[in-house]
Design a binder for this molecule. Structure first.
Ligand code: FES
Ligand code: FES
Length: 171
């Protein structure tokens, strides 16, 4: 079988993987031990395989691993800082937005990419954003509350910073 080498920065670490040209990123990530990336519909509908590629949320079941060559990837394993959960993860827990957790990595990563571009979203915008992440147990009310609360907390934190840092935080 024809193989190739792909080099990525994933969760801050440089990795080289031997892949076949047709390998999907979902399969490669799970094979390499990133099991927070979930396999659901495999047709781009459920969002549970979401990861960030250069800051953009993508469905890894529809993305060739070869396309990730040279890119920066973020999976749920890289979201917490050591033992400290990301504030968005904290918000999901505080608001009861996690039950079985199968959809949660995809929701968190999709939301991170979204909030980086929309730091002050409306409820409708959050609802639209989460429409691509199916949740079979919690529903959407609590995740929406968690996202809005997390965005508000980030903005409040930003207000305590000097204007230049605030600008950078909003980018
Ligand atoms: S497994 Fe990729 S969108 Fe469902
Ligand atoms: S928490 Fe179970 S699918 Fe969302």
């Amino acid at each position: 079988m024809k193989t190739m080498l792909t080099r990525v920065t994933i969760n801050g670490e440089i990795k080289e993987w031997t892949i076949a040209p047709g390998d999907l990123l979902l399969d490669v990530l799970r094979r390499e031990g990133y099991l927070g990336v979930k396999r659901g519909c495999e047709t781009g509908q459920c969002g549970c395989c979401t990861v960030l590629v250069n800051g953009r949320a993508i469905n890894s079941c529809l993305f060739f691993a070869a396309q990730a060559d040279g890119c920066e990837l973020l999976t749920i394993e890289g979201v917490a800082q050591g033992d400290r959960l990301d504030p968005l993860q904290e918000a999901f827990l505080e608001h009861g937005a996690v039950q079985c957790g199968f959809c949660t990595p995809g929701m968190i990563l999709n939301t991170k990419a979204f909030l980086a571009r929309h730091p002050d979203p409306t409820e409708d915008e959050v609802r639209d954003m989460l429409a691509g992440n199916y949740c079979r147990c919690t529903g959407f009310r609590k995740p929406i509350e968690a996202v809005l609360a997390s965005a508000q907390a980030c903005r409040a934190k930003g207000r305590g910073k000097p204007p230049r840092a605030r600008k950078a935080a909003a980018r």
